[in-house]
Design a protein around this ligand. Structure first.
Ligand code: GLU
Length: 415
């Protein structure tokens, strides 16, 4: 799927929403482009004594509604355009859930699977040294994303605080609990997604206790497997895949045991009692609910006509290409688009910033309840836009997000 440039996909979505909202030319142009982009090199001494130079990015797409917010990826396939697209989607995501934040994203071109912990720590610290002037609780607040995690955030926060000479835990979110993290952040993306599935089942009259499948078994996929039963009161997980392959069991895979197996062996493949299936066929099964939780462009013109799920809940960022999106809609499949379905993570990140800023931490139940309120409200705001503008769900979510950001730009007198 190399032919898809995610940034072009994101810009096309913005242009469509801008047209529906009748935005003027200057506003549209402003929203089509990141407001600030940083590109830097980071020399890092590797374990073998050699210095390797890594390329990094931090992009602040829009900060009209508040400080830029979004993760940092460590991935070999990052480019300036993947980061631009992901930064833009963060702008629309924070706006859809109505957080007082903008959107940003960062990335380092690297292969963390072939790096030691010490090399990763050196890289994380080098990243912060490169961006320390441009991030901060009132500027731009990073978090983890693909192949980064709370440990990465702890190293980064420590480097930032060392540079500044004082405590600044709110500079980054999804930190470990011991150093300013919040309850409920680790499962927040999946929890938010499953809450939107609960609402979608009510709206579309779909049985939430039917079968479901998960494509991608990183943090979001694993947590969705565990939370699906808890929040929806049932459901049979029939298939899962990760980068090494897919597995299937019509009678159901035990989520808890499967997560343990994945953490122990590094893959879902070989899980006792499951049958191995081609990785991509997980997307094509006849299930009630499908969670794409891997990388961009997984649902595309090659496989979209084979998708049979009734609800597609996009826990990944940008998993569906624009052509595939239209076909899903035409085929009567209810898509809960990424900027809505995966917004739970950044919502609890925002709760973490709030708690860090007054150094007083909430009970887990308070985090869950406030997340539920935000997600439910956002789901129904998008439903209303679907009805009012007569557009498909992704465009409706974009319309909600773009309208809110455009209003903030106008109020500031930018346009
Ligand atoms: N990386 C997550 C996302 O794509 C979370 C970002 C954040 O918490 O800032 O939504």
């Amino acid at each position: 799927m190399e032919s898809y440039n995610s940034f072009q996909v994101e810009q096309k979505q913005v242009a469509e929403a801008a047209k529906i909202l009748n935005l003027d030319k200057a506003t549209t142009e402003l929203l089509l482009w990141p407001q600030r982009e940083f590109k830097f090199t980071m020399p890092v001494r590797m374990d073998n004594g050699e210095v390797k130079v890594f390329h990094g990015y931090r992009i602040q797409h829009n900060y009209a509604r508040g400080p830029a917010k979004g993760g940092i990826r460590f991935h070999p396939a990052e480019t300036v355009d993947t980061i631009r697209a992901l930064a833009g989607w963060m702008t629309w995501k924070t706006a859809v859930v109505d957080l007082p934040l903008g959107g940003g994203k960062g990335g380092v071109v690297c292969d963390p699977h072939n790096m030691s912990d010490r090399e990763l720590e050196n890289l994380a610290r080098a990243y912060v040294r490169a961006v320390s002037e441009y991030i901060g609780i009132d500027k731009d607040v990073p978090a983890p994303d693909v192949y980064t995690n709370p440990q990465t955030m702890a190293w980064m926060m420590d480097e930032y605080e060392t540079i500044k000479g004082r405590h600044h835990p709110g500079v980054l979110t999804d930190k470990p609990m011991q150093v300013g993290g919040t309850e409920g952040r680790r499962d927040a993306t999946a929890r938010g997604g499953v809450i939107t599935v609960r609402e979608a089942c009510k709206v579309h009259g779909i049985d939430p206790t039917g079968s479901f499948a998960i494509q991608g078994f990183g943090n979001a996929g694993q947590r969705a497997a565990l939370l699906h039963h808890e929040i929806l009161g049932g459901g049979t997980l029939v298939a899962v895949c990760d980068s090494r392959g897919g597995i299937y069991n019509a009678k159901g895979l035990n989520s808890k045991d499967l997560v343990t197996h994945k953490l122990k062996t590094g893959s879902v493949v070989g899980f006792p009692g499951s049958k191995e299936i081609p990785r991509d066929s997980v997307l094509e099964l006849d299930v009630a609910i499908l969670y794409p939780a891997a990388l961009e462009n997984s649902i595309n013109d090659q496989n979209v006509s084979k998708i049979k799920a009734r609800i597609v809940c996009e826990l990944a960022n940008g998993p569906t290409t624009p052509e595939a999106d239209l076909i899903l809609h035409k085929n009567g499949i209810h898509v809960i688009p990424d900027i809505l379905a995966s917004a739970g993570g950044v919502t609890v990140s925002y709760f973490e910033m709030v708690q860090d800023s007054y150094s007083y931490f909430w009970e887990e139940s308070v985090v869950h309840e406030r997340l539920d309120t935000k997600m439910t409200k956002a789901y129904h705001a998008v439903q209303e836009a679907i009805r009012e503008k007569k557009v498909h769900p992704r465009l409706a979510a974009m319309v909600v997000g773009v309208a809110r950001v455009a209003q903030a730009c106008k109020l500031r007198g930018w346009v």
